[in-house]
Write a protein of this length. Structure first.
Length: 195
């Protein structure tokens, strides 16, 4: 690449101005953020747009997922402005939908276990964790299972395990969890949305 004298002078002037401005304490981070946003907008425009429906509640808000054509990975999710229900707006759960995708760098990928009274986390394998959870639930349930109440009536309930539902599950998952909790005999069943 050949550089002209004029090109060299303008490039060194721009670099020198940038160094001088940053040395004077002028914050250039808003300019960088704006440039990053422009880059993201160009990326969204070039992406494949896929519409879907939010799974969190029975409202069924529309979402538009921007999928990178090269990697086939979602990099942006927003409300569908053409959807008749939400018209582009999203609640907090719908707006946070992107955090459930594999793009979330903070998503846990390994089982972390901390022994009682310990201050260290250990990595464990999934089979170990599932077996331990099953064993603890079974032992706790057997220790606190009540077959009859004070009147002698059959109640068959587990009074020492409770279940608290999550706001990050859809209706079907919530139904399955409540059925599972009732099948175990739990009576202390609550949901995060009510708390």
């Amino acid at each position: 690449m050949e550089i002209t004298r004029r090109g060299f002078l303008s490039m060194t002037g721009a670099i020198g101005s940038g160094i001088a401005l940053s040395g004077l304490g002028i914050n250039l981070s808003p300019v960088k953020a704006y440039a990053d946003e422009l880059s993201k907008m160009n990326r969204v425009k070039a992406a494949k747009q896929v519409t879907t429906v939010c799974c969190y509640c029975s409202v069924g808000c529309g979402l538009v997922c921007s999928v990178d054509k090269l990697t086939s990975k979602i990099f942006n999710i927003e409300g569908d402005a053409d959807h008749p229900i939400n018209e582009g707006s999203l609640c907090a759960k719908g707006a946070g939908f992107f955090d459930l995708t594999e793009a979330n760098k903070h998503r846990l990928k390994k089982v972390l276990y901390r022994a009682p009274m310990s201050d260290k986390w250990e990595e464990k394998e999934w089979p170990w964790a599932l077996e331990r959870i099953a064993r603890l639930v079974k032992d706790t349930r057997e220790a606190g299972f009540v077959k009859t109440n004070a009147k002698g009536e059959v109640v068959n309930r587990c009074e020492n395990i409770g279940h608290l539902g999550s706001s990050n599950v859809d209706n079907e998952e919530c139904w399955l969890m409540s059925i599972k909790a009732r099948a175990l005999g739990m009576i202390y069943i609550d949901h995060q949305a009510r708390v």
